[in-house]
Design a binder for this molecule. Structure first.
Ligand code: HEC
Ligand code: HEC
Length: 249
């Protein structure tokens, strides 16, 4: 029996690493084995999650009826999924646990992996009050995004320091071939705010890595920006890491 021991140790170690590897891919919102049709829906859904009314040319009036009175936002922006559920998909349990975007509403992360039809039913409920503003195909895309497009950002972004520990060199290569064309080598070619109070890619990557992660995966609504969703999650994390090294002002 004695010489059987190493055999069992090997079996246990191998199974453990298989479970670990599966855990990594399962969490990564892995799009590798997805059909092109499903991939398209998820990509579109991620953009709608960001700002569905600008994608759809809709104009929701006033503040969303389910947006809490205690919240500090008002008007159109309270209709954005991200305003209630967060860029990290964790609502009150994530980055929006405090601060000017606090809404006290739970996240959507528990719905990752659920059937898209189950998500669809939630989106059509009275709480969400979308009525006929979001047409069927967009609803389907949003449901696909919630079910298969989310990642657990806490696996990659430190919640207290906001730092991301990816491979900066690999991130720099991807950045140079893609992002730099529009954002510039130093990330300062596009200014997201005003000339007096500029906000560049380096600024936003350090201030709000969760938003940057969502946008680098899905792109910026109604802009020419590309989406990096097709890349392996580790490459995406590497890009974010590199963006954090860019000048913040
Ligand atoms: C004005 C705030 C608000 C907006 C905007 C909003 N939601 Fe919600 N959402 C809620 C509330 C409130 C709940 C119910 C949470 C609860 O059970 O207490 C909820 C629940 C959910 C759930 C179920 C989560 C769970 O674990 O029970 C999903 C999925 C969801 N929303 C997706 C979305 C998507 C996608 C959008 C954008 C199209 C969106 N929501 C926009 C407020 C909002
Ligand atoms: C084809 C041009 C293009 C490419 C390539 C591109 N972007 Fe963008 N990006 C834009 C435009 C345009 C905006 C919107 C600017 C605005 O709203 O003022 C934007 C906005 C953003 C924002 C949102 C900033 C905010 O606060 O709203 C982030 C984050 C971002 N880009 C990151 C990236 C990263 C990372 C890459 C590379 C993976 C990349 N972009 C590649 C054009 C591009």
């Amino acid at each position: 029996m004695k010489n059987l021991k190493p055999y069992w140790i090997t079996v246990i170690l191998l199974s453990a690493s298989l479970v670990f590897a599966y855990g990594l891919t399962a969490d990564a919102g892995n799009t590798m084995n997805m059909s092109v049709k499903d991939y398209e829906k998820i990509s579109y859904g991620g953009l709608l999650y960001d700002k569905w009314y600008s994608m759809l040319g809709a104009d929701p009036q006033g503040t969303h009826p389910s947006y809490p009175a205690a919240g500090q936002s008002k008007g159109g922006s309270t209709w954005r999924c991200k305003e209630c559920h967060g860029w990290d998909y964790k609502g009150k349990d994530g980055a929006y646990a405090s601060g000017s975007h606090f809404s006290g509403i739970k996240g959507i992360i528990e719905y990752a992996g659920k059937k898209p039809e189950v998500v669809h039913a939630v989106l059509k409920n009275e709480t969400h009050a979308f009525g006929s503003m979001i047409p069927g195909d967009a609803m389907e895309a949003l449901s696909m995004f919630v079910a298969y497009g989310q990642i657990n950002m806490a696996n990659y972004i430190d919640s207290s320091t906001k730092k991301v520990s990816g491979n900066i060199q690999n991130g720099a290569k991807i950045y140079t071939s893609t992002c730099a064309k529009c954002h510039g080598k130093d990330g300062k070619m596009l200014n997201f705010k005003t000339a007096e109070k500029p906000e560049y890619l380096g600024t936003i990557a350090n201030k709000n890595p969760w938003e940057t992660m969502h946008k680098l995966r899905y792109g910026q609504p109604k802009s020419q920006m590309v989406s990096m969703l097709f890349l392996d999650i580790h490459d995406q994390v590497d890009i974010l890491s590199y963006c954090q090294t860019l000048p913040v002002k």
